[in-house]
Design a protein around this ligand. Structure first.
Ligand SMILES: Nc1ncnc2c1ncn2[C@@H]1O[C@H](COP(=O)(O)OP(=O)(O)OP(=O)(O)O)[C@@H](O)[C@H]1O
Ligand SMILES: [Mg+2]
Length: 229
């Protein structure tokens, strides 16, 4: 499995006449865990949206992507309508298979889907309506839709928000497993202790890049205070 490389040159993003990102230059090496940190409103989600082609930016973003590769994305927030008649397993089957979910799950996908539900600890809750899931359960479901088919790049936007210790453990073990397969992981994260524990590189963004490097070496108190103040 080959991880995707991303190279960003002189990226600038302006929305509603406000400069959101400026002078962003960074390389996201394949097969590594890269964390993005920074204060609220610093532009982390906006940078992910630029990479995913969801907003018009200036500058260059090179992604070593072709149609044999897959990108998985866990967004920061996704609210489901409470009355939507879609269960957890319907949701995953919509993502995976072409036939409508009300016609049932294809034999081909049944085992894949059950394995994934077990992997995220949601097998027992597979018949629940997605609108009734708790915040942490929604996050787990969003992770499940992003990891099949196995991605070459996994983009996570604060997936631990509202998630408990057990949920965190599911996420961490899935992320470690993907990393061991050479998959690139780009991860917006606010828990600096976990950034030090898991990431190969960290970049702090507050409109511009504040600092970037190996989290074990770079995340000292002074830098964090300057960046977040
Ligand atoms: N469509 C838009 N028009 C104008 N401003 C926007 C738009 N989208 C985002 N912004 C602004 O861009 C800035 C960066 O937002 P962004 O969501 O990227 O921050 P973030 O670093 O992800 O913050 P958080 O940690 O709170 O998730 C914010 O000030 C936000 O209000
Ligand atoms: Mg954000």
């Amino acid at each position: 499995m080959s991880g995707i490389l991303i190279e960003i040159k002189n990226l600038k993003l302006t929305l509603s006449n406000t400069k959101i990102l400026d002078k962003i230059n960074m390389t996201i090496e394949p097969g590594k865990i890269h964390c993005l940190i920074g204060p609220n409103g610093g532009g982390k989600t906006s940078l992910l949206k630029c990479i995913l082609g969801q907003v018009p930016y200036e500058g260059e973003i090179f992604i070593s992507y072709d149609d044999t590769k897959t990108i998985g994305y866990v967004p920061q927030l996704l609210d489901f309508d409470k009355t939507l008649p879609i269960t957890v397993e319907n949701f995953l089957s919509i993502v995976y298979q072409k036939k409508p979910c009300f016609l049932g799950i294809s034999g081909k996908y049944r085992k894949i889907l059950d394995d994934l539900l077990k992997k995220i600890g949601m097998y027992e809750k597979r018949k629940r309506l997605i609108g009734n899931l708790s915040g942490g359960e929604k996050q787990r479901l969003l992770l499940a839709q992003a990891i099949y088919p196995e991605p070459n790049l996994l983009i996570l936007d604060e997936p631990f928000t509202g998630i408990d210790k057990l949920g965190e453990d599911y996420f961490k073990s899935i992320i470690r497993d993907l990393k061991s397969k050479g998959i690139t992981i780009l991860w917006v994260h606010h828990n600096l202790k976990q950034v030090i524990e898991m990431a190969d590189t960290v970049t702090c963004i507050k409109k511009e890049i504040q600092f970037s490097g190996n989290p074990k070496k770079i995340l000292d108190e002074e830098k964090i205070l300057t960046a977040f103040s």
